[in-house]
Design a protein around this ligand. Structure first.
Ligand code: LHQ
Length: 261
């Protein structure tokens, strides 16, 4: 059984984490396959949005801990190697992909699994799903961008509580806190998330990619540099075919047909 499932439909590349008996915890094979799928999403023009979800009752339980036991007397493992080789490149790929990524959090998202979900552009969660910064329970710190996105999304007080206490945050509360875009009934999660991904796949892809850059880069920018960035990115957007189509469609009072360029 492959540790991920990949399918392409209506411009949406759907990636399903597929180790359900381990709540889709990451091992090196899963990292390699997700990397390959995201490279494909980058390279193929036909792919205009990505949908990430998990098989079974969990979304992703982070690192597969059965590979991480340090036996008594054994030398300590340098975890920076795993972070540097697998988790950081994954978060960079998700954030850097110039196409929108919808994450359908179908169940518990724990440890790096929670922060990989939060690295996606639009996060939809099933009502029964939850988010847990499980790291401190095993003596670690949040990684995969957790210490960056959490305070920015929910403020320092809540970020600190989530990281120190490692309690499950139910999806409805995650929505109220502004951690995720939307919480929906379990039965409608996949229909709603894939509907959203399809809608994005039919949109002006170039502008979506530039929007991602502008929003994500804003976190480290002053207003001055953000205004300059907006000017430069708008210049690029204004050169796109989809911009021409968008304005023509508006003036002709019809729906635009975007090609993603
Ligand atoms: C698992 C896991 C798992 C293996 C559930 N591994 N089997 C980066 C770089 C380098 C090193 C370290 O880490 C990192 C980043 C990280 O992600 S660190 C954080 C790693 N993740 C965790 O600490 C979460 C561990 N899991 C849990 O706390 C619970 O399983 C959660 C809260 C996710 C779900 O709880 P339950 O719904 O009660 O399910 P369960 O605990 O019964 O799990 C179901 C099965 O999945 C079970 O196997 P079994 O054979 O007993 O049915 C678990 O052992 C397995 N599983 N997470 N990370």
């Amino acid at each position: 059984m492959s540790s991920i499932l990949v399918s392409l439909d209506a411009g949406v590349l759907c990636i399903t984490l597929n180790r359900p008996d381990k709540l889709n915890a990451f091992n090196p094979e899963m990292h390699a396959l997700v990397r390959k799928a995201l490279e494909r999403a980058l390279d193929e023009q036909e792919i205009r949005a990505v949908l990430l979800t998990g098989a079974g009752r969990g979304f992703c339980a982070g690192q597969d801990l059965s590979e991480r036991e340090v036996k008594p007397g054994a030398a300590p493992v340098d975890l920076s190697v795993s972070i540097g080789s697998y988790y950081n490149p994954l978060v960079r790929r998700l954030r850097g992909l110039p196409k929108p990524i919808v994450c359908a959090v179908n169940g518990v998202a724990a440890g790096a699994g929670a922060n990989i979900a939060l690295a996606c552009d639009i996060v939809m969660a099933a009502r029964s799903a939850s988010f847990v910064q499980a790291f401190s329970k095993i003596g670690l710190i949040p990684d995969s961008g957790g210490t960056y996105v959490l305070p920015r999304l929910v403020g320092t007080a809540r970020a600190m509580g989530l990281a120190l206490l490692a309690e499950k945050l139910p999806a409805e509360e995650a929505e109220r806190w502004g951690l995720v875009w939307k919480c929906v009934d379990d039965a409608s999660l996949m229909a709603e998330a894939s509907g959203l991904a399809r809608r994005l796949a039919a949109g002006p892809t170039k502008s979506y990619g530039l929007i991602k850059r502008a929003i994500y880069e804003s976190a480290g920018n002053s207003l001055e540099s953000q205004l300059d960035l907006e000017r430069d990115l708008q210049r690029e957007a204004g050169f796109s075919e989809d911009y021409r189509e968008g304005v023509s469609a508006f003036l002709q009072k019809r729906e635009p047909t975007y090609k993603g360029r």
